[in-house]
Ligand binder design. Structure first.
Ligand SMILES: [Fe+2]
Ligand SMILES: [Fe+2]
Length: 189
């Protein structure tokens, strides 16, 4: 099953996107092992997380399930490809595991109450070896000890940037941040 998926993804994505995907697979498998969750699930979700990234916006809309929050983000492929990808994976690639599908779906915007697998795909996408931006090494370092701390650091950096360019911010991202901060506080108390 996985072998066929690799072949399909390699034939579907442009070489650079496939290289990025393999980087996400590498990090996701390592984190899955460290956090005692299924490596196969992490590998499958990582392999498919950007499967819809190179679709046109109208193609993406063919696969997006109606979601109230998405109506404000109809043209943002950067956000939509996760939502489209999860439906595509289910309809076309026979992936039925809800945890895998949600990890694909929410890797762009996050959400409240993410599973460990969802968090792993979210952060692996941001820190795979091909990523190169200021502070990526700090996020990589945090991810070795705490995925929650790594996500908070990454999302704060992202939010500062989005505020600076006056971008619309998807509410899920704020919800993800709030929820993870609550999880971290509960650990302390
Ligand atoms: Fe993506
Ligand atoms: Fe990605």
């Amino acid at each position: 099953m996985l072998e066929k998926l690799y072949e399909f993804v390699e034939n579907t994505l442009p070489p650079m996107r496939y290289k990025h995907t393999l980087g996400v697979v590498e990090v996701a498998k390592k984190l899955a092992l460290e956090h005692n969750i299924s490596e196969t699930k992490a590998e499958t979700a990582a392999l498919l997380h950007d499967i819809s990234k190179c679709m046109t916006i109208s193609e993406m809309h063919n696969y997006i399930e109606c979601d109230e929050t998405l109506k404000y983000f109809g043209n943002l492929g950067e956000l939509l490809h996760g939502f489209a990808g999860s439906v595509y994976a289910k309809q076309k690639l026979d992936v039925f595991d809800e945890d895998i599908l949600n990890a694909i779906k929410y890797h762009t915007v996050g959400r409240r109450g993410m599973t460990t697998l969802e968090k792993i795909i979210y952060i692996a996408d941001a820190i795979e070896p091909g990523r190169n931006y200021p502070s990526v090494d700090e996020i990589r370092k945090k991810a070795t000890t705490s995925i929650n701390h790594a996500i908070i650091f990454e999302v704060d950096r992202k939010l500062k940037y989005l505020l600076k360019i006056e971008a619309i911010i998807h509410p899920n991202t704020i919800e993800m941040r709030n929820c993870i901060l609550e999880e971290l506080k509960n650990l302390k108390s």
